[in-house]
Design a protein around this ligand. Structure first.
Ligand code: SF4
Ligand code: SF4
Length: 104
């Protein structure tokens, strides 16, 4: 599993670097994030959830039925959206209301 960081969206806040439990993410000379050790990423998704610029995509592996698909998050009107882009070009979306998700 691994992630991909979109340099054009990254605003250099460093949050992904702070939360990554494996210290896999670094900032380059221009202050933008990149994953230095992609093979060591175990897909905890912490960096994706913390990124305020929605610049991080996560590769969904074959083991969870997502070979070739990518997921990223966005937030609109307080609703967190998990957006899944499939290799065939189709897009699925899961909407999560953070207020509801902490109830259980
Ligand atoms: S998914 Fe988890 S382990 Fe992988 S780079 Fe992001 S924070 Fe680090
Ligand atoms: S959390 Fe997002 S915006 Fe902040 S440094 Fe990481 S990739 Fe860039």
């Amino acid at each position: 599993m691994s992630i991909a960081i979109d340099r054009n969206k990254c605003v250099g806040c460093g949050k992904c670097r702070t939360v990554c439990p494996g210290s896999l993410i670094k900032l380059d000379d221009s202050g933008r994030a990149f994953i230095k050790y992609p093979r060591d990423c175990w897909g905890c998704t912490s960096c994706i959830k913390e990124c305020p610029a929605y610049a991080i995509r996560f590769y969904l592996g074959a083991d969870i039925g997502g070979a070739g698909s990518l997921v990223h998050t966005e937030k609109t009107d307080g609703i967190l959206k998990w957006i899944i882009e499939k290799p065939d070009g189709s897009v699925s979306q899961i909407d999560i209301d953070p207020k509801e998700s902490n109830k259980y």
